[in-house]
Ligand binder design. Sequence first.
Ligand SMILES: Nc1ncnc2c1ncn2[C@@H]1O[C@H](COP(=O)(O)OP(=O)(O)O)[C@@H](O)[C@H]1O
Ligand SMILES: Cc1ncc(COP(=O)(O)OP(=O)(O)O)c(N)n1
Length: 269
Amino acid sequence: MKTALTIAGSDSGGGAGIQADIKTFSSLGVFGMSVITAVTAQNTMEVKSVQMIDSQIISDQISAIFDDIHVDAVKIGMLGTKENIDVVAKELNIYRTEHIILDPVMISKGGHHLLQQNAIDALKEKLLPMVTLITPNIPEAESLTDRKICTIEDMYTACLKLQELGANKILLKGGHLEGDPNDLFFDGHHFTWLPGKRIHTKNVHGTGCTLSSAITAFVAQEETLLSAVKKAKDYITIAIQHSLELGSGHGPTNHFYHLYERAGLVDNK
Ligand SMILES: Nc1ncnc2c1ncn2[C@@H]1O[C@H](COP(=O)(O)OP(=O)(O)O)[C@@H](O)[C@H]1O
Ligand SMILES: Cc1ncc(COP(=O)(O)OP(=O)(O)O)c(N)n1
């Protein structure tokens, strides 16, 4: 069985973070493992508080997994602090994995900062150049490139700027722009649009986490990166179409296995 590891924060409400990642891995038939970087007290409305995990425990979680189990692909989500970025970069440099997908989580939908301001430079310098793919949303790409992104032209420019900063491959998510949520994939040479149709629902908690973990699950199963990104876009679209009316705020996406099996996204081999 193929395996995937998520290095991310816990969302007590179950819609984003580690919980969304593991649900996505399972739904796509991949064995999921986790390294918890932070514990958030969170629901569909807000992040109430955050407890960062000590970097030594993060380091131990990573070595416990890699010393024993083969990891086909890694997804990185919320890291929270510069110390956590440093330790994750150090460990992943020791335990080299072919596929590392970085979702540079910075701010929750409710506006809570999930990455300290002084950690952005460490993310750019240490992690950006070592990962296979980075999947920023519009505000995250603005923060990484230090420029506004308002138009399609700006999306192309932002990808080129991220490449200049050392990024290998980029999936720039367009969900935060007006109109349909079209994402732009740049493999370092060619651009490919992943077109979407906006689904009118407030239940979009954890969409970024779900998309990046679906990409991770597909590359773990030996899909090419472009194919993985396209299939993950199908996964997130179905997950939002069937999103759940839970809680009073932004409800979570849906990871019910049969939705994806029916759509031909699950490899039954
Ligand atoms: N309302 C929506 N309808 C359909 N797809 C959406 C919608 N909102 C976001 N998406 C898609 O979900 C994924 C995550 O998007 P985005 O909201 O941009 O990132 P994040 O969750 O990191 O803020 C992207 O593929 C985006 O195009
Ligand atoms: C623990 C944790 N990690 C990441 C996020 C952000 O997830 P995202 O998929 O971007 O979803 P929203 O927060 O925007 O709904 C999170 N909230 N918590």
